[in-house]
Write a protein that binds this ligand. Sequence first.
Ligand SMILES: Cc1ncc(COP(=O)(O)O)c(C=O)c1O
Length: 354
Amino acid sequence: MEFRVAELMQAAIRDFKPYEAKEYPGVIKLDANENPFPWPEGLKEEIAARVKFNRYPDPEARALRQKISAYTGVEMPNIMVGNGSDELIQILMLAFGGIGTKNVVATPTFTMYSLATAYTGGEIAEVPLVNGDTLDTAGLIEAARDERARLVIICNPNNPTGNSFPLAEIRQVLECTDKLVVVDEAYFEFSGSTLTGELGRYPNLVILRTFSKAFGMAGLRIGYLLAGSPVINVLQRVRQPYNSNSYSQAAGALALDYLPQFQAQVREILAERDKLMEYLLGLDLERVYASDANFILFKPKSGAAEIHAKLLAQKVLVRYMGYLPVAGETLRVSPGLPEENESFITALNAVLKG
Ligand SMILES: Cc1ncc(COP(=O)(O)O)c(C=O)c1O
């Protein structure tokens, strides 16, 4: 018998290309909105001392959830931990999405929402941001009226545009739909703007957070989700019991003991972002997006791909965003260490001069 793997494949993924993770060794990495600073002294040793490597992790991640509870003010039963918030996005799709459903997103936004929607068999309804930075609340509410709609996803601050949205507008969406409204607060520590205090008021509110950005733990894959108990109870049906490993659980819990040190790093990152912003605003670019996060989106007058390649040739890696809906062909840069940002400025000056 002939084995034809393509014919066995789930229909939803037939036209998919696997994610290509390109490696650029030896570059200054300003492409992934990470925290460039080393961990506070002592943290690594404390984590290693705490983890029992030969035992399965706590399937309920209790110690970590307890710390998250104290940090967010949200009760433990309303907290779910994931292998990065990427996994929690997938868990949301598995639990609420699937064939015949639609998820509503405000584009341009984080691509994982549409990717996970598609490979779980659902469709995406795009509601473009007005002028690239303003929520079309009426458009979101209208799209959510579709009986197939399940999730309305709002990234706040939005990746890749960087701006946050007025909370009143998100509240309006929450109030005018009976679908789930997922607010991705991956960059909360930079913006300071959150809806955690309103979980009790809105049973359809889901908040996503991560330790990958402000807490410098992108490599450990620690995300968490905050929601009312009825929603959490549905999500529990599709969460793998050991989805969060022991090392990451300990790291996340201990990171919160080092909160003042990480907050000091956040302040430095924001100061560096502001310097980069001032520099970019002084250039002859088509648009520099305002940022409430640790990255800046900008649109050169032409040749974004070429600028990206020329920066890379000088060992500076920014993110080439391709052609985004509304925003067009853009680049995104996240602040690195102060000397790395100086290198970026020197390299970009050289590229733009010719
Ligand atoms: C808005 C947003 N949500 C979620 C993630 C994924 O975070 P994690 O590393 O926790 O999977 C990212 C990462 O870039 C992001 O920008």
